[in-house]
Design a protein around this ligand. Sequence first.
Ligand SMILES: *[C@@H]1O[C@H](CO)[C@@H](O)[C@H](O)[C@H]1NC(C)=O
Ligand SMILES: *[C@@H]1O[C@H](CO)[C@@H](O)[C@H](O)[C@H]1NC(C)=O
Ligand SMILES: *[C@@H]1O[C@H](CO)[C@@H](O)[C@H](O)[C@H]1NC(C)=O
Ligand SMILES: *[C@@H]1O[C@H](CO)[C@@H](O)[C@H](O)[C@H]1NC(C)=O
Ligand SMILES: *[C@@H]1O[C@H](CO)[C@@H](O)[C@H](O)[C@H]1NC(C)=O
Ligand SMILES: *[C@@H]1O[C@H](CO)[C@@H](O)[C@H](O)[C@H]1NC(C)=O
Ligand SMILES: *[C@@H]1O[C@H](CO)[C@@H](O)[C@H](O)[C@H]1NC(C)=O
Length: 633
Amino acid sequence: MWFTIILLQLLPHFTLSVHCPGGCVCDIRGFVKCTGDITAVPPLDPTTTFLLLLNDTQIQLLQERSFQPFHLLLRLRITHSSLDTIHPEAFYDAPQLRSIKLSSNALSVFPPKVFGELSNLEQLQLDDNQIVSISSGLFEGLLNLTELDISNNHISQLDADVFQSLTKLIFLYLAGNRLRNLPGNVFHNLSQLESLVLTSNQLETLESGLFDHLNNLLVLMLQKNQICEIPPHIFWHMPALHTLSMSGNKLQYIPPRSFYYLPNLTKLTLYKNPLISLPDQLVGHMPRLQELYLYETNLVTVPWNLFANMTGLKWLHLHLNDNLTSLPKDLFCCLPKLNKLSIKHNNLLELHPDIFSSLPSLQILLLNENKLRTLPEQIFRHTPRLQTLDLKNNHLRYLTGDVFIHAGALKVLSLSGNRWNCNCSIMGIAEWIQENPTIVNDLEKGVVCREPYKLLDRPLQSLTYEDLQCGPTTYMTSTSVATKVTSSPPTLTITRKDTGTTGTAPVSTSILPFTSTSAVTSLFSPTAEESYIIKKIGYNNQPGFYNTIVLDSGPDIVHNNHYNGWVYLWTVPSTGLFSGFMVALYIVLLVVGVVIIAASLCALYRLHKVMWTLGEVAIEGHYQRITTKSYKF
Ligand SMILES: *[C@@H]1O[C@H](CO)[C@@H](O)[C@H](O)[C@H]1NC(C)=O
Ligand SMILES: *[C@@H]1O[C@H](CO)[C@@H](O)[C@H](O)[C@H]1NC(C)=O
Ligand SMILES: *[C@@H]1O[C@H](CO)[C@@H](O)[C@H](O)[C@H]1NC(C)=O
Ligand SMILES: *[C@@H]1O[C@H](CO)[C@@H](O)[C@H](O)[C@H]1NC(C)=O
Ligand SMILES: *[C@@H]1O[C@H](CO)[C@@H](O)[C@H](O)[C@H]1NC(C)=O
Ligand SMILES: *[C@@H]1O[C@H](CO)[C@@H](O)[C@H](O)[C@H]1NC(C)=O
Ligand SMILES: *[C@@H]1O[C@H](CO)[C@@H](O)[C@H](O)[C@H]1NC(C)=O
């Protein structure tokens, strides 16, 4: 290459009068391009030709010593021609050749040692021919070869020593052949190899030790084969590896620790394999890995620590896994840089509330085309940068209105194609949609009720409490005494009194251990502890908490509190955990009261008796004294 350039620099400019045969274009730098009806290498000026391109010609045969006259020729290309025969001595007397490209011809066999004299050859491209086999000595002597391309041929096997002398090889392209297996030591002398492409062959297994001496390998492409099994540790001796592609194979299992000792790996693809399970320890420390593709597998679940060593991951594609029904709660535990997470088109039924709790950089989350029925209220608590969220085509029947309260950066949300159950509980999310119509990007595709029948296909954003007939509740805005109010339709328009409470309230809804919607509709009975919490928030001057309310038909005094745009109703418990205790306490108090009353009655009676006796004695004594005194008188 450099040699060429230097030669070009040195090229005297007085060679303008080049002799250029018909069908060719000759340029003063020594480039000759020929095309058309030529059947042999044309008679060119040997003193000026450095680069010869014969494209789309009729050349079928390369004669003995075809290039002998061109002692300056460095690069030869005969492409898109009908070349099918090469004389065993075709390249004799042209040892200066650096590059030979014979792509897209009809070559099927080569005489042994046809390239044997070309010790300066650096690049040999024989791709897109009909080569069936390669004799073991064909590349012998190509000591300076750095690139060999024999892809897109019909090669079904390789001899163990075929690449033995190519110790300077950097690129080896074997894609698009019919290789079924490879001898275990076929690459062992290729210690300089950086790129090995075996894509689109028919490899079924890999011999153990196959890649053992490829210390400098950066790219290994094995995709689109039939590999159903890999030996343990097969990738352990490629410390520099940068890209490893295993997609489109038949792997059902991968041996434990297969991807250890690959510290520089930045791209790993495993998609389109019928993987059934993955081992608990699969991936070693690979902080540079940025993208992972793991889709179209048969995985039912994945080990919780699968991504634990991929701390630099930015994009994770874990989708189109038909059998994937659940994800471990810590699966995304250690991915501080993850920006895009696609878990769409799986079969997920539910998600753990903490599953996204360690993804501070997450911006795009694709959950569409699953079978999610709802989402936990807290699920987006720790994803402050979330901008795009796709929830369409799930089985969502219900979402709490607070679910996006912490997703302050949310810009695009898809909710269509779900199965919304429009009972009273739906109002939370319905009102959220009413308040954020620009965020939901698929309202026109139908974010509509599936149930009940009378509300079928009603858009959620048009629902009102009247539509839902949420029970004869009403409330008044008086902040003090509980009074009875007659029923008017429950216009619980849950006006966010102070929008500042959304998102910023330090006491997050997480400490309210009940869902607001069920509190609105069913008479909620908080435990003593819960009412304490509610009161405490009230005393803290949270603007959301005030109001008292009386249920028209209910027997009990009901309190109501506004918080985060929700109305919480609560009464003294009549059922639930503490009601038994309360009743017991009540009975104990009653009994104690009766006993105390009885005891005091009894005591009073006895006191009275004593007093009576004492009184008699005293009167008697008085008379006695009087009579005694009268005696004395
Ligand atoms: C060579 O010929 C083929 C077929 O005619 C054509 O597609 C291709 O572009 C040509 N290449 C060059 C470099 O001229
Ligand atoms: C390989 O190329 C170098 C220059 O790049 C040259 O010095 C050396 O002789 C060549 N090796 C052989 C075996 O020809
Ligand atoms: C290539 O490998 C063979 C054994 O496969 C070995 O005998 C030979 O010395 C190696 N050649 C070089 C140049 O490393
Ligand atoms: C990994 O990559 C870095 C920088 O690209 C390089 O310095 C280092 O030598 C590589 N490690 C290995 C084992 O090749
Ligand atoms: C992560 O990598 C380290 C070092 O390679 C290894 O010891 C550990 O077992 C790996 N963790 C998992 C879950 O594979
Ligand atoms: C995965 O699902 C397909 C049908 O979708 C089923 O035929 C196959 O048996 C399942 N595989 C496993 C491992 O469950
Ligand atoms: C409303 O529907 C959802 C989902 O079907 C259900 O979980 C919830 O309990 C229902 N609420 C009421 C008040 O019926």
